[in-house]
Design a protein around this ligand. Structure first.
Ligand code: ATP
Ligand code: MG
Length: 447
């Protein structure tokens, strides 16, 4: 089914709330310069949507009828990027205004489009503003604001949808999801972020089409995971993924582990982690992908670990295998970079070490660079498993004590952390042997 030809609705300045005061001066500069050179130029996408909602956009996209080369000639601070989609970036210090030429979906043969092995490797078929509007994903994302008349241009009914807080795919929903399965995740993410509801015709095909996520690139799915879970609305995103039947195909191990867990504690842990990181984002505190994925994949890791221990493997071997299994399986869907998966493993491995009260081991754990994250993770687990509270409280208290007082409470030899100042020579004589003996065996991840 072809979408009907778009009819233009112009919402004049006195009938919409977007004011230049709320727009980045650099974005305005780009619009004015393009207009002065005789080109059409509009703010489009998330920025217009957010401005209509009274929120401040995190970045600004401009759509124009100038080609990337023409844009480059107008701005000294412009660089062209991308091969598949050629774009102009106009750079003002830390702020980048992304300028894209109106794009068309249909290629009449005159445009620059190339397919290699079934994948679109170049897609620079330029079109009109109408073409550009209908190839966007949601109506709310297809509104254009220009500075020639300060009006909002709406070709797809997006203005009313924003006002009604509805996400509606442009065109035939199943067809648009097949074209790009990541749009299913974008629907959930934008609904969670904006508090919008997904129109029923746009929501209906999602559960049946969810397996198409397997075809999306795992690097793109990692980016989408960060936007879903680390932008302050992670708990809501997770609930909506479950509600729309996307969890099994997005986080297969997590979905399987939650289904196996009759107690519901695994889901409680995941939700507690997401609520915790949402609260941190709200307070402008940092959140790390390592901690977040440690929580999302903990249920799968813990179940794998139990199974390996029951098969008679020793703890350290079982921990490494479980971590490798889970990371490898999830990696086929979401490519978690090693700079996050390695600390995630360390957070997991340190959980079993918290049970040990031997003096040297306690101090060694506290000096570990990942101790803080691992302790936060223990607290997270204790928040849903009451039996862990005594352990978590013990470590909380241990961190408040001066080292000599803590050492005095613990069985075992005086740890190096305490006698380091008292006996520097001893440390100097033996550091290499000591470090080598204590290093963990390699994680078996290929290095
Ligand atoms: P956010 O506020 O989270 O950045 P956004 O809507 O701006 O949300 P972007 O990923 O920045 O999202 O995309 C910018 C615009 O590009 C969108 O508003 C939409 O018009 C278009 N777009 C992005 N991804 C797609 C897609 N997969 N299919 C069609 N159009 C898309
Ligand atoms: Mg955006």
């Amino acid at each position: 089914m072809q979408p009907s030809p778009p009819a233009l609705r112009i919402i004049p300045r006195d009938q919409h709330p977007i004011s230049r005061k709320n727009i980045s001066p650099n974005a305005l500069r780009v619009l004015y310069r393009l207009n002065e050179a005789g080109f059409g130029a509009y703010l489009v996408g998330g920025a217009v949507r957010d401005l209509l909602l009274g929120q401040s956009p995190k970045d600004y996209d401009v759509a124009t009828d100038a080609t990337p080369e023409q844009v480059k000639r107008l701005f000294r601070n412009c660089r062209l990027i991308g091969r598949r989609f050629r774009l102009a970036h106009v750079v003002y210090g830390a702020e980048i205004i992304e300028v894209a030429t109106f794009r068309a979906n249909d290629d009449d043969g005159s445009g620059d489009r190339a397919v290699e092995n079934g994948r679109l490797v170049r897609d620079n078929v330029y079109g009109t503003i109408e073409h550009d509007a209908v190839r966007r994903d949601f109506t709310a994302n297809a509104l254009y604001y220009g500075v020639s008349d300060f009006a909002v241009r709406d070709y797809v009914g997006g203005y009313d949808d924003v006002m009604a807080r509805t996400l509606r795919l442009i065109g035939e929903p199943a067809e648009r999801y097949r074209e790009d399965p990541v749009r299913m995740l974008r629907a959930v993410r934008l609904a969670a972020k904006l508090g919008f509801s997904i129109d029923s015709a746009s929501a209906e095909p999602i559960p049946a089409l969810a397996p198409l996520l397997a075809e999306a690139s795992n690097a793109r799915l990692f980016d989408e995971a960060l936007k879903l879970f680390m932008a302050g609305h992670g708990a809501r995103s997770f609930e909506l993924l479950e509600h729309h039947g996307l969890l099994t195909d997005f986080l297969p191990d997590t979905a399987a582990a939650l289904a196996l867990d009759g107690s519901g504690l695994c889901r409680d842990l995941v939700m507690a982690a997401l609520h915790g990181s949402d609260a941190r984002v709200a307070e402008d505190k940092s959140v790390t992908p390592a901690f977040l994925f440690a929580a999302l994949l903990w249920p799968a890791y813990a179940q794998d670990l139990q199974a390996l221990l029951q098969q008679g493997h020793d703890m350290v071997v079982a921990e490494q295998r479980a971590a490798d299994h889970v990371t490898l399986r999830q990696g086929s869907r979401i490519a978690i970079p090693r700079r996050f998966s390695l600390p995630m493993h360390e957070i997991w491995w340190m959980q079993s070490r918290f049970a040990v009260r031997q003096r040297k081991r306690v101090f060694r754990l506290m000096e570990h660079p990942r101790f803080r994250a691992a302790f936060d993770f223990l607290q997270l687990r204790a928040s849903v498993v009451p039996e862990l509270r005594a352990e978590s409280d013990w470590w909380a208290q241990a961190q408040t004590l001066p080292p000599d007082q803590l050492a005095a409470q613990l069985p075992g030899k005086t740890p190096p952390a305490v006698n380091r100042e008292a006996a520097p020579d001893e440390d100097k004589n033996k550091p290499r042997a000591r470090r080598r003996r204590r290093r963990r065996p390699s994680a078996g991840t290929g290095e």
